[in-house]
Design a binder for this molecule. Structure first.
Ligand SMILES: [Zn+2]
Length: 263
């Protein structure tokens, strides 16, 4: 585990001091009282997460909790043969701290950064102490409920819906969390997230591009026609949007994203 942590430290790009404005960029942290906000600013930090930065490992202690600002984290289940599939997505509406909330010191899944960007990080001890605040706890409870519902929806989606629809759903969910139509990722990575062959994702992305909904470039995808993409998605996007809509909406104005995007 030491080797893994050392690797994670090497690939982490930069960290900087937090400001009170940073705390308004994540829905859960908007629930902090002034004294708690001061504790987070003094002991936490703002980090720029590169792709594949590990947030936590399976069966390893979780020492730090992340609150994305414009990065997106994946919760991933990995099989013995190394294949993996995304079972949950975490953006500025939430936090990586769900396993700790449920009383677990470790978890069977792992999490890493899927779309690079910023996040706020605090240590697990401070995270536990903040839960004494009813407003903070209420936001966390609301988030956990939405996240659990998303787990079930994505399990059904991965089994029942066409890769073309799932690709559109994934791009929409990520767009809501990044706040920019420009999403940095490769087809190879998207195929990992969707648990399907790269060739299938490439065909789906080419179809979406031909329809004028997206533009694919080397290492990035740009959303050109969001309503077209919504029509192309399966029903799962709207289900997820309803679950997370309030939390996403509470921070979308701060980061400049159109409120209409988040329901
Ligand atoms: Zn679906």
């Amino acid at each position: 585990m030491k080797k893994r942590n050392a690797l994670a430290t090497r690939v982490r790009s930069t960290s900087s001091r937090l400001t009170s404005r940073d705390l308004r960029l994540n829905a859960i942290l908007t629930g902090l009282e002034p004294q708690e906000a001061t504790a987070v600013i003094e002991t936490g930090s703002r980090v720029d997460l590169p792709v594949r930065e590990q947030i936590y490992w399976p069966e390893a202690p979780i020492n730090d909790v992340y609150f994305p600002i414009d990065s997106v984290l994946s919760v991933v289940t990995r099989m013995e043969d190394g294949s993996q599939i995304e079972v949950g997505t975490i953006g500025r509406e939430g936090t990586s701290g769900i396993p700790l909330l449920l009383g677990a010191a470790v978890t069977a899944n792992e999490s890493y950064c899927q779309v690079p960007g910023s996040a706020i990080t605090i240590d697990a001890k401070l995270f536990h102490s903040l839960r004494a605040n009813p407003r903070f706890r209420q936001l966390l409870d609301r988030y956990v409920q939405a996240f659990v519902n998303m787990l079930g929806q994505l399990a059904a989606c991965n089994r029942l819906h066409h890769v073309y629809e799932r690709c559109a759903r994934w791009l929409l969910m990520t767009h809501d969390r990044v706040g920019s139509p420009h999403i940095r990722l490769t087809h190879e990575y998207l195929s990992m997230m969707l648990g399907t062959r790269r060739s299938g994702v490439s065909i789906a992305a080419a179809t979406l591009q031909k329809a004028g909904f997206i533009h694919c470039d080397h290492g990035s995808i740009t959303i050109l026609d969001r309503s077209g993409l919504e029509d192309a998605s399966c029903e799962c996007y709207n289900v997820a949007r309803k679950q997370f809509g309030g939390l996403l909406h509470s921070v979308s104005g701060v980061t400049g994203q159109r409120a209409a995007l988040t329901g």
